[in-house]
Design a protein around this ligand. Structure first.
Ligand SMILES: [Zn+2]
Length: 338
C-alpha cells in the first residue's frame, strides 16, 4: 500500500488521493488494535514526543480518517484508574500523521528488522508494530487532545469530494485570487495539490492564472465536477507514483498514466495537439494547454526550453518544486490565500 514520490531526486507532496489510499490501507490493517508501547527514533518532526510516549499506550485505534492531506488516527479513551491518575488525560484523542514528502506508515511484524529511517514504532496488541519511516522528515506527527484537535482543524476549507455546487461557487467565484492559488489554498479546499489542480483545470479548460472572480457559475460547476471525477478516479488507481521506485512492500499508484497536463511541458495536448506549456502561478509550476485554456490578457507562459536547456531547467525548477516542504500541514503556519 505504500507509495513513494520520487522523480529522480525529487519528492512530491502526497495529495488527497495518495493520502486516502494510505488511510484505506491502514483502516484494513490496524483498525481496532490497541497500542501497547511507543519507541521513537529521531523526533524533530513530532510536535511533542513525550506526549506520544505518555499518552498512546493503552489506547485503541478506533478509526482512521483522512482530513485534507493528513490522516487522523482516532484513539479511544484510556481505561484504568492508574493511567487516569498518572497523566490526568484519559479522554479520547487523536494522532495526526502527515506524510510530508517521503513519509510511509504501515504495520510490520515486530521481529522484522527496521527499515532505514524508521522513527516511530507503535507496538500493537497483535504482535505487529505500526512503523513510520521518513527519510527527509518533512512529515509531521502530533498527539492531539480534543481541544488541540479542534484548534488544528480550524480554518480548513471544504473537502473537495464533498463540497456542494453552491459552496464551491461561493468559495471560488468572487475571489480576486488566481484559480490555481484558490485550488491550492487549504483554507478554500483541503487536500488539492499541484498535480490534481493542473489536471482539473486542463479538463475544465480553465487557465490556471484566471481570477476566481472572472469564472462564471457554470465554469465553476464544471471545475467542481471534473475535480471530483479526477480525485475519485485517482483514488481507485491508488494515486500517482511519479517514478519507478517502490518500497519492497509497496504497489505503485497508477494515476500518473492518466495525467493530461501535469509534467507534460512541450508534449502534445491530448485534445488539440498544441504543445503543453508551463508557467509559474501561485509560486508553482503550472502546466496547461495554451489553446484549450486561453490565458488572461497579458499573462505569458515560460518559453519552451530546448532539449539541453530543459535538463538544466528541470534541475533548477522541477515540477512541484515551488511548494515549501511543510506547505499545507497546518493552517496556522501555511495555506493562506495570497
Ligand atoms: Zn489543447
Amino acid at each position: 500500500m505504500l507509495l513513494c514520490y520520487f522523480e529522480g531526486s525529487l519528492f512530491l507532496m502526497p495529495e488527497l488521493p495518495e493520502v486516502e489510499t494510505v488511510a484505506r490501507g491502514l483502516r484494513r490493517a490496524i483498525l481496532g488494535r490497541r497500542i501497547l508501547s511507543v519507541t521513537l527514533g529521531k523526533t524533530d518532526f513530532i510536535d511533542d514526543p513525550a506526549a506520544l510516549e505518555q499518552h498512546l499506550p493503552g489506547r485503541q485505534i478506533e478509526a482512521v480518517e483522512r482530513y485534507g492531506k493528513f490522516m487522523l488516527l482516532r484513539l479511544s479513551a484510556v481505561h484504568g484508574e492508574s493511567r487516569v491518575a498518572s497523566n490526568g488525560d484519559a479522554a479520547s484523542a487523536s494522532l495526526l500523521v502527515h506524510l510530508g514528502m517521503t513519509g510511509q506508515i504501515a504495520p510490520s511484524p515486530a521481529g522484522q528488522p527496521l527499515e532505514k529511517h524508521t522513527h516511530v514504532c507503535l507496538l500493537l496488541d497483535d504482535g505487529r508494530e505500526l512503523r513510520y519511516t521518513d527519510a527527509r522528515r518533512f512529515g509531521r506527527i502530533a498527539y492531539l487532545t480534543k481541544a488541540l484537535l479542534a484548534e488544528e482543524l480550524t480554518g480548513f476549507g471544504a473537502d473537495p469530494l464533498e463540497v456542494s455546487k453552491q459552496e464551491f461557487a461561493g468559495r471560488i467565484c468572487g475571489r480576486r485570487a488566481r484559480i490555481k492559488a484558490l485550488l491550492l489554498d487549504q483554507s478554500v479546499l483541503r487536500g488539492v495539490g499541484n498535480i490534481y489542480a493542473d489536471e482539473s483545470l486542463w479538463r475544465a479548460r480553465i487557465h490556471p492564472a484566471r481570477l476566481g472572480a472572472k469564472l462564471s457559475r457554470k465554469q465553476a460547476e464544471i471545475l467542481r465536477r471534473v475535480l471530483q471525477d479526477i480525485l475519485r478516479k485517482a483514488i481507485v488507481l491508488r494515486g500517482s507514483s511519479i517514478s519507478d521506485f517502490l518500497d519492497a512492500d509497496g504497489q505503485p499508484g497508477e494515476y500518473q498514466r492518466h495525467h493530461r497536463a501535469y509534467g507534460r511541458e512541450g508534449k502534445n495536448c491530448y485534445r488539440c495537439k498544441s504543445l503543453i506549456r508551463r508557467a509559474i502561478v501561485a509560486g508553482r509550476s503550472s502546466y496547461f494547454c495554451p489553446r484549450c485554456q486561453p490565458s488572461p490578457r497579458g499573462f505569458a507562459a515560460l518559453p519552451l526550453p530546448g532539449k539541453s536547456a530543459r535538463k538544466t531547467k528541470r534541475r533548477d525548477a522541477p515540477p512541484g518544486s515551488g511548494q515549501a516542504p511543510n506547505a499545507g500541514k497546518s493552517l496556522r503556519r501555511n495555506g493562506k490565500s495570497p
